[in-house]
Design a protein around this ligand. Structure first.
Ligand code: DX5
Ligand code: ZN
Length: 228
């Protein structure tokens, strides 16, 4: 099956940038998506918020479908919603290539991962800043990706929480010890200024919203993060 862990090579960290559409200009969604499509960013990060799991509401299926039409890149969908298991099939249908649910928000994680596999999307689980990486340990072999939140989920433009670096190092050690190919993604407060440290700590995928979309030349900013 294409979405099992064997799909990932067991190797040193990769460098992938996943620009967060939360910071895009929604009046020019197609333009901003095409900018990413033409850039060296490999993925497109989609933040879905329900106003319950986090104190903010972002967007849902119609916006995801509009983004899907404007790029062929992998849509990296980060669900900050309660009971995410209810919506996996619909996000897959709307164009998600990878879906990340929050460990704190899901009741039946095993069932949730099974429905991701059944719909053919890659599997991800995220932890908030206060959640220890140890909760991910039993699930690592079933995951294509783990997402370390380096800010409190809910808003773009916040400052990076330094303790997140140790969580990345600990996860890198756990994944390497088990010989797994699970990718480590980090999200929140990331820019070219701290990207190097994160890649060195073992991160494979960096999400950046404000740093990219507030830059005078967003595509150049993506390059700077990749080459940090
Ligand atoms: C926050 C979201 C992030 C956010 C990152 O809850 O999950 O993806 O867009 O934004 P920046 O890079 O601005 O911190
Ligand atoms: Zn996110």
């Amino acid at each position: 099956m294409a979405n099992t862990n064997t799909a990932n090579a067991t190797s040193a960290a990769r460098r992938i940038v996943s620009p967060s559409m939360l910071s895009a200009d929604f009046g020019h969604l197609e333009r901003d998506t095409r900018m990413i499509d033409a850039s060296r960013a490999e993925w497109v990060h989609i933040d879905v918020m329900d106003g319950v799991f986090v104190p903010n509401i972002s967007f849902g299926f119609p916006v995801l479908r509009a983004i899907r039409r404007a790029t062929s890149k992998l849509l990296d969908v980060h669900l900050m919603i309660v009971e995410p298991e209810r919506y996996i099939a619909r996000f897959a249908e709307a164009g998600a290539g990878l879906i990340t649910v929050h460990h704190e928000a899901v009741g039946d994680l095993s069932g949730c991962l099974a429905s991701m596999r059944a719909t053919g999307v890659r599997t991800g689980v995220s932890i908030k800043p206060a959640t220890p990486v140890s909760v991910l340990e039993p699930w690592l072999s079933q995951l294509n990706l783990v997402l370390v939140m380096s800010v409190e989920p809910g808003f773009g433009g916040q400052s990076f929480i330094d303790g997140s670096l140790d969580k990345v190092r600990e996860l890198r050690r756990m994944i390497s010890e088990r010989g797994l190919g699970t990718l480590i993604e980090v999200d929140g407060g990331i820019s070219a200024a701290n990207a190097r440290e994160l890649f060195d700590a073992g991160a494979d995928v960096l999400v950046a919203g404000n740093a990219i979309f507030a830059a005078p030349d967003p595509a150049a900013e993506i390059e700077k993060i990749l080459n940090a």
